[in-house]
Design a protein around this ligand. Structure first.
Ligand SMILES: Cc1cc2nc3c(=O)[nH]c(=O)nc-3n(C[C@H](O)[C@H](O)[C@H](O)COP(=O)(O)O)c2cc1C
Length: 212
């Protein structure tokens, strides 16, 4: 084969391989999106530094009206989870001084349900075009991206809120300012046990095409 024909031949092969790789990767991404599944039970190992970094890179690409970047993320890992549990107990007792021992144990142990937590926080600012709801939604998108990015990298997670997410003592202990809100406690780790089976959802039920 002449050198020019060889070059042409190999560039066609390279283009085909690149195209195949691309569509394979796209299918994988789509599959991940369509099968995301929260993990209520999580165990070690939690996401390592690199994995977590990739999750944050995904999070900060959340849609964000006017690029306000309303989100920030607080990592609670290792012993800090026990300290957060203590904060939960204090919050519980402040709200209900008669809370029984079972409730106290539950509060103390709540952050230990995963190797690592990320508190997704939204700093809500006054803006002429971007209402509070949009800023919270943007932070929600960031939180969701983190869940997806964790799954893509072989980990699992679950988004929890509960009363502690809006508790003044918890917010103070986590260092939130008056304008900040907790959008979620994101629990991350390795799925413990089998994934629950996905519910069957008939997409057509939720979709309609409008026309006047
Ligand atoms: C904003 C928000 C708050 C949530 N808070 C809780 C919670 O406090 N406790 C809980 O068990 N699940 C909570 N969930 C639901 C779980 O994250 C999860 O979506 C649910 O268990 C269904 O599982 P799936 O995501 O695999 O469909 C919350 C979800 C969202 C979006």
């Amino acid at each position: 084969m002449a050198r020019r024909d060889q070059l042409w031949f190999f560039s066609v092969i390279a283009a085909i391989i690149t195209g195949l790789n691309h569509s394979f990767a796209m299918n994988e991404i789509l599959k991940q999106l369509q099968s995301r599944n929260s993990a209520p039970r999580l165990t070690e190992p939690g996401p390592d530094e690199y994995t977590l970094e990739q999750m944050f890179i995904a999070a900060v690409r959340a849609p964000d009206h006017a690029w306000l970047q309303p989100w920030r993320f607080i990592v609670v890992a290792g012993e800090a989870r026990e300290q957060l549990g203590k904060v939960f107990v204090d919050a519980l007792l402040a709200a209900n001084p008669n809370a029984d021992e079972a409730a106290r144990i539950k509060a103390q142990g709540a952050p230990l349900r995963a190797p690592l937590l990320v508190v997704a926080v939204c700093n809500v600012v006054e803006h002429p075009k971007v209402p509070r709801e949009e800023q919270l939604l943007s932070t929600g998108c960031a939180a969701y991206s983190m869940l997806l990015a964790a799954e893509c990298q072989g980990y699992a997670g679950i988004w929890r809120t509960g009363g502690y997410a809006s508790d003044a003592l918890v917010k103070l202990a986590l260092g939130l300012t008056a304008s900040e809100e907790i959008v979620g406690f994101l629990y991350f780790g390795t799925r413990d046990g089998r994934a629950k089976s996905l519910p069957t959802r008939e997409v057509g039920t939720y979709v309609s095409y409008w026309r006047a």
